[in-house]
Design a protein around this ligand. Structure first.
Ligand SMILES: O=C(O)CCC(=O)C(=O)O
Length: 287
Protein backbone atom coordinates (compact mmCIF):
# COMPACT_ATOMS: atom_id res chain seq x y z
CA UNK A 1 0.00 0.00 0.00
CA UNK A 2 1.44 3.37 -0.98
CA UNK A 3 1.76 5.93 1.82
CA UNK A 4 3.67 9.04 2.86
CA UNK A 5 6.95 7.12 2.96
CA UNK A 6 6.80 6.66 -0.79
CA UNK A 7 6.63 10.41 -1.27
CA UNK A 8 9.83 10.78 0.76
CA UNK A 9 11.80 8.38 -1.45
CA UNK A 10 11.11 9.82 -4.88
CA UNK A 11 13.86 9.92 -7.48
CA UNK A 12 16.15 12.90 -6.84
CA UNK A 13 17.62 14.96 -9.66
CA UNK A 14 21.08 13.55 -8.89
CA UNK A 15 19.76 9.99 -9.03
CA UNK A 16 18.00 10.69 -12.32
CA UNK A 17 21.14 12.21 -13.82
CA UNK A 18 23.26 9.28 -12.64
CA UNK A 19 20.81 6.71 -14.03
CA UNK A 20 20.44 8.54 -17.35
CA UNK A 21 24.21 8.75 -17.76
CA UNK A 22 25.27 5.35 -16.46
CA UNK A 23 22.25 3.11 -16.97
CA UNK A 24 22.24 1.90 -13.36
CA UNK A 25 21.73 3.15 -9.82
CA UNK A 26 22.47 1.64 -6.41
CA UNK A 27 20.16 2.26 -3.45
CA UNK A 28 21.84 1.01 -0.30
CA UNK A 29 19.80 -0.31 2.65
CA UNK A 30 16.69 -0.45 0.48
CA UNK A 31 15.38 -3.36 2.55
CA UNK A 32 16.11 -3.83 6.28
CA UNK A 33 18.08 -6.86 7.58
CA UNK A 34 14.97 -8.49 9.07
CA UNK A 35 13.23 -8.40 5.67
CA UNK A 36 16.38 -9.68 3.95
CA UNK A 37 16.36 -12.64 6.33
CA UNK A 38 12.69 -13.43 5.76
CA UNK A 39 13.06 -13.16 1.98
CA UNK A 40 16.07 -15.45 2.09
CA UNK A 41 14.12 -18.04 4.09
CA UNK A 42 11.27 -17.77 1.57
CA UNK A 43 13.46 -18.38 -1.51
CA UNK A 44 15.41 -21.12 0.25
CA UNK A 45 12.19 -23.09 0.69
CA UNK A 46 11.63 -22.99 -3.10
CA UNK A 47 15.29 -23.70 -3.86
CA UNK A 48 15.29 -26.80 -1.66
CA UNK A 49 11.99 -28.08 -2.98
CA UNK A 50 11.27 -26.54 -6.39
CA UNK A 51 7.68 -26.86 -7.62
CA UNK A 52 7.09 -28.26 -11.10
CA UNK A 53 4.09 -26.17 -12.03
CA UNK A 54 5.89 -23.63 -14.25
CA UNK A 55 5.76 -24.12 -18.01
CA UNK A 56 9.01 -22.24 -18.66
CA UNK A 57 11.51 -24.97 -19.43
CA UNK A 58 14.27 -22.59 -18.42
CA UNK A 59 12.94 -22.61 -14.87
CA UNK A 60 14.35 -25.14 -12.48
CA UNK A 61 12.12 -28.05 -11.74
CA UNK A 62 12.64 -30.96 -9.34
CA UNK A 63 14.88 -32.64 -8.39
CA UNK A 64 16.62 -29.85 -6.51
CA UNK A 65 20.31 -29.56 -7.37
CA UNK A 66 21.82 -27.32 -4.75
CA UNK A 67 25.19 -27.17 -6.50
CA UNK A 68 23.99 -25.48 -9.73
CA UNK A 69 22.91 -21.97 -10.58
CA UNK A 70 19.19 -21.85 -9.76
CA UNK A 71 16.99 -19.59 -11.90
CA UNK A 72 13.36 -19.33 -10.84
CA UNK A 73 10.88 -17.08 -12.73
CA UNK A 74 7.29 -16.02 -12.04
CA UNK A 75 7.75 -16.06 -8.29
CA UNK A 76 5.87 -12.93 -7.15
CA UNK A 77 2.71 -14.81 -6.16
CA UNK A 78 4.41 -17.57 -4.20
CA UNK A 79 4.81 -15.60 -0.97
CA UNK A 80 3.22 -12.28 0.05
CA UNK A 81 6.68 -11.00 0.98
CA UNK A 82 7.65 -11.13 -2.69
CA UNK A 83 4.56 -9.10 -3.64
CA UNK A 84 5.37 -6.62 -0.86
CA UNK A 85 8.61 -5.71 -2.63
CA UNK A 86 6.74 -4.77 -5.81
CA UNK A 87 5.69 -1.40 -4.37
CA UNK A 88 8.38 -1.09 -1.69
CA UNK A 89 8.63 2.45 -0.35
CA UNK A 90 12.38 2.97 -0.82
CA UNK A 91 12.46 1.77 -4.43
CA UNK A 92 9.10 1.87 -6.19
CA UNK A 93 8.92 5.71 -6.22
CA UNK A 94 12.13 5.68 -8.24
CA UNK A 95 10.56 3.28 -10.72
CA UNK A 96 7.63 5.63 -11.35
CA UNK A 97 10.16 8.50 -11.44
CA UNK A 98 11.94 6.82 -14.35
CA UNK A 99 9.11 5.09 -16.24
CA UNK A 100 5.97 7.03 -15.26
CA UNK A 101 2.61 5.54 -14.23
CA UNK A 102 1.53 3.22 -17.06
CA UNK A 103 3.66 0.38 -15.71
CA UNK A 104 3.53 -3.12 -14.28
CA UNK A 105 5.86 -5.94 -13.47
CA UNK A 106 6.18 -7.85 -16.73
CA UNK A 107 8.88 -10.20 -15.54
CA UNK A 108 10.47 -11.38 -12.30
CA UNK A 109 12.87 -14.07 -11.19
CA UNK A 110 15.23 -14.96 -8.40
CA UNK A 111 18.64 -16.45 -8.87
CA UNK A 112 20.69 -18.45 -6.39
CA UNK A 113 24.28 -19.13 -7.35
CA UNK A 114 26.21 -21.52 -5.11
CA UNK A 115 30.00 -21.21 -5.04
CA UNK A 116 31.27 -22.32 -8.45
CA UNK A 117 33.95 -24.73 -7.32
CA UNK A 118 36.12 -24.71 -10.42
CA UNK A 119 35.46 -21.07 -11.13
CA UNK A 120 39.14 -20.13 -11.02
CA UNK A 121 40.03 -22.63 -13.71
CA UNK A 122 37.04 -21.91 -15.89
CA UNK A 123 37.28 -18.16 -16.30
CA UNK A 124 35.25 -17.18 -19.35
CA UNK A 125 33.62 -14.24 -21.04
CA UNK A 126 30.27 -13.89 -19.29
CA UNK A 127 26.83 -14.04 -20.92
CA UNK A 128 26.58 -10.36 -21.85
CA UNK A 129 23.16 -9.21 -23.03
CA UNK A 130 20.56 -6.48 -23.12
CA UNK A 131 17.20 -7.61 -21.76
CA UNK A 132 14.13 -8.56 -23.81
CA UNK A 133 15.43 -10.90 -26.50
CA UNK A 134 13.88 -10.24 -29.92
CA UNK A 135 12.94 -6.68 -28.95
CA UNK A 136 16.56 -5.80 -29.67
CA UNK A 137 16.50 -7.01 -33.26
CA UNK A 138 12.89 -6.31 -34.20
CA UNK A 139 12.60 -2.64 -33.20
CA UNK A 140 14.28 -0.41 -35.74
CA UNK A 141 15.24 2.64 -33.65
CA UNK A 142 18.75 3.54 -32.55
CA UNK A 143 19.58 3.84 -29.74
CA UNK A 144 17.07 1.26 -28.66
CA UNK A 145 14.17 2.43 -26.51
CA UNK A 146 14.35 1.88 -22.75
CA UNK A 147 10.91 0.19 -22.37
CA UNK A 148 11.72 -1.40 -19.02
CA UNK A 149 14.13 -1.61 -16.12
CA UNK A 150 14.99 -4.16 -13.48
CA UNK A 151 15.74 -3.91 -9.80
CA UNK A 152 18.12 -6.52 -8.37
CA UNK A 153 17.64 -6.85 -4.61
CA UNK A 154 20.65 -8.50 -3.05
CA UNK A 155 20.06 -10.85 -0.14
CA UNK A 156 23.69 -12.00 -0.02
CA UNK A 157 26.86 -9.97 0.16
CA UNK A 158 28.19 -9.02 -3.28
CA UNK A 159 30.70 -6.45 -2.08
CA UNK A 160 33.67 -8.30 -3.59
CA UNK A 161 34.20 -9.11 -7.28
CA UNK A 162 34.57 -12.81 -6.43
CA UNK A 163 31.00 -12.86 -5.07
CA UNK A 164 29.90 -12.87 -8.71
CA UNK A 165 27.36 -10.04 -8.47
CA UNK A 166 25.83 -8.32 -11.47
CA UNK A 167 28.38 -7.10 -14.00
CA UNK A 168 27.55 -4.16 -16.22
CA UNK A 169 29.19 -1.83 -18.71
CA UNK A 170 28.29 1.61 -17.32
CA UNK A 171 26.86 3.95 -19.95
CA UNK A 172 26.29 1.11 -22.43
CA UNK A 173 22.49 1.58 -22.54
CA UNK A 174 22.81 3.72 -25.65
CA UNK A 175 24.99 1.14 -27.41
CA UNK A 176 23.28 -1.21 -29.89
CA UNK A 177 26.16 -3.66 -29.85
CA UNK A 178 28.89 -4.70 -27.49
CA UNK A 179 32.35 -5.79 -28.53
CA UNK A 180 33.12 -8.97 -26.69
CA UNK A 181 36.75 -9.99 -26.34
CA UNK A 182 37.57 -13.01 -28.46
CA UNK A 183 40.05 -14.61 -26.05
CA UNK A 184 37.12 -16.29 -24.28
CA UNK A 185 38.41 -15.11 -20.92
CA UNK A 186 38.32 -11.33 -20.56
CA UNK A 187 35.31 -9.06 -20.22
CA UNK A 188 34.30 -6.18 -22.52
CA UNK A 189 36.02 -2.82 -22.22
CA UNK A 190 34.69 -0.82 -19.26
CA UNK A 191 32.92 -3.81 -17.66
CA UNK A 192 32.71 -3.85 -13.87
CA UNK A 193 30.94 -5.75 -11.10
CA UNK A 194 28.31 -3.72 -9.26
CA UNK A 195 29.38 -4.21 -5.65
CA UNK A 196 26.57 -4.11 -3.11
CA UNK A 197 25.74 -5.07 0.48
CA UNK A 198 22.80 -7.31 1.39
CA UNK A 199 19.63 -5.22 1.37
CA UNK A 200 20.82 -3.07 -1.53
CA UNK A 201 18.72 -2.49 -4.62
CA UNK A 202 20.53 -2.18 -7.94
CA UNK A 203 18.43 -0.55 -10.67
CA UNK A 204 19.44 -1.14 -14.26
CA UNK A 205 18.05 0.01 -17.58
CA UNK A 206 17.17 -3.07 -19.65
CA UNK A 207 19.50 -1.81 -22.39
CA UNK A 208 22.54 -1.64 -20.12
CA UNK A 209 24.73 -4.52 -21.22
CA UNK A 210 24.94 -6.85 -18.25
CA UNK A 211 25.89 -10.36 -17.20
CA UNK A 212 26.01 -12.64 -14.20
CA UNK A 213 29.48 -12.70 -12.67
CA UNK A 214 31.33 -15.80 -11.58
CA UNK A 215 30.92 -16.78 -7.93
CA UNK A 216 34.40 -17.93 -6.98
CA UNK A 217 33.79 -17.08 -3.30
CA UNK A 218 32.46 -19.46 -0.67
CA UNK A 219 29.25 -17.42 -0.27
CA UNK A 220 26.05 -18.53 -2.00
CA UNK A 221 24.85 -15.61 -4.11
CA UNK A 222 21.15 -14.73 -3.77
CA UNK A 223 19.30 -12.01 -5.67
CA UNK A 224 15.71 -11.14 -6.55
CA UNK A 225 15.11 -9.45 -9.91
CA UNK A 226 11.99 -7.32 -10.45
CA UNK A 227 11.33 -6.15 -14.00
CA UNK A 228 9.03 -3.15 -14.58
CA UNK A 229 7.84 -2.08 -18.01
CA UNK A 230 5.00 -0.31 -19.76
CA UNK A 231 1.61 -1.99 -19.48
CA UNK A 232 1.46 -2.59 -23.23
CA UNK A 233 4.49 -4.87 -23.04
CA UNK A 234 3.54 -8.53 -23.07
CA UNK A 235 4.48 -10.47 -19.90
CA UNK A 236 7.75 -12.35 -20.21
CA UNK A 237 6.83 -14.87 -17.52
CA UNK A 238 3.77 -17.05 -17.30
CA UNK A 239 2.50 -14.61 -14.63
CA UNK A 240 0.13 -17.17 -13.14
CA UNK A 241 -1.00 -14.66 -10.52
CA UNK A 242 -3.85 -16.30 -8.55
CA UNK A 243 -7.11 -14.36 -8.27
CA UNK A 244 -6.80 -14.67 -4.48
CA UNK A 245 -3.64 -12.51 -4.53
CA UNK A 246 -5.34 -9.90 -6.71
CA UNK A 247 -8.32 -9.93 -4.35
CA UNK A 248 -6.23 -9.16 -1.29
CA UNK A 249 -4.07 -6.54 -3.03
CA UNK A 250 -4.79 -2.82 -3.07
CA UNK A 251 -5.55 -1.22 -6.48
CA UNK A 252 -1.98 -0.03 -7.19
CA UNK A 253 -0.55 -3.44 -6.44
CA UNK A 254 -3.18 -5.03 -8.66
CA UNK A 255 -2.01 -2.74 -11.46
CA UNK A 256 1.58 -3.83 -10.87
CA UNK A 257 0.52 -7.48 -10.97
CA UNK A 258 -0.88 -6.91 -14.46
CA UNK A 259 -4.55 -6.23 -13.78
CA UNK A 260 -6.63 -3.99 -16.04
CA UNK A 261 -10.20 -3.52 -17.22
CA UNK A 262 -9.83 -4.60 -20.87
CA UNK A 263 -7.23 -5.07 -23.62
CA UNK A 264 -7.56 -1.52 -24.85
CA UNK A 265 -6.89 -0.24 -21.34
CA UNK A 266 -3.26 -1.37 -21.59
CA UNK A 267 -2.74 1.05 -24.49
CA UNK A 268 -5.22 3.82 -23.71
CA UNK A 269 -5.85 3.50 -19.98
CA UNK A 270 -8.76 5.00 -18.11
CA UNK A 271 -8.23 5.94 -14.45
CA UNK A 272 -9.66 2.55 -13.49
CA UNK A 273 -6.79 0.83 -15.32
CA UNK A 274 -4.06 2.91 -13.67
CA UNK A 275 -4.73 3.58 -9.98
CA UNK A 276 -1.07 4.58 -9.69
CA UNK A 277 -1.77 7.64 -11.86
CA UNK A 278 -4.76 8.53 -9.68
CA UNK A 279 -2.72 8.14 -6.47
CA UNK A 280 0.10 10.30 -7.82
CA UNK A 281 -2.34 13.01 -8.88
CA UNK A 282 -4.07 12.92 -5.48
CA UNK A 283 -0.71 13.34 -3.79
CA UNK A 284 0.48 16.17 -5.98
CA UNK A 285 3.23 14.18 -7.74
CA UNK A 286 3.94 15.64 -11.17
CA UNK A 287 5.78 13.44 -13.67
O1 LIG B 1 22.31 -13.07 -12.32
C1 LIG B 1 22.66 -11.95 -12.68
O2 LIG B 1 23.42 -11.24 -12.01
C2 LIG B 1 22.20 -11.42 -14.02
C3 LIG B 1 20.73 -11.51 -14.19
C4 LIG B 1 20.33 -11.11 -15.56
O3 LIG B 1 21.09 -11.13 -16.49
C5 LIG B 1 18.98 -10.62 -15.82
O4 LIG B 1 18.15 -10.58 -14.91
O5 LIG B 1 18.70 -10.25 -16.99
Amino acid sequence: MLDERHLEHQLTNDERDFFEENGYLIIEDAIPPEMVKRLEEAIDIIWHNPPHDDNDKRAHHPPADLTRNFFFPNFLWRNDLFADLLDWHTTFPKVWGILGWNIYSYHSHFIITPPEVDAGKEAHTFGWHQDSGRVNSELESSPRPRLSLKIAYWLSDVTLPEHGGLWIVPGSHKMDRLDRPTDGVSQPKGAMPVLAKPGSAVFFDRRTWHARGLNSSNVTRKGLFYGYGFRWIRPKDDMTIPQSLLDRSDPVRRQLLGDGTCGNGYYSPTDEDVPLKVWLEEHGVKL
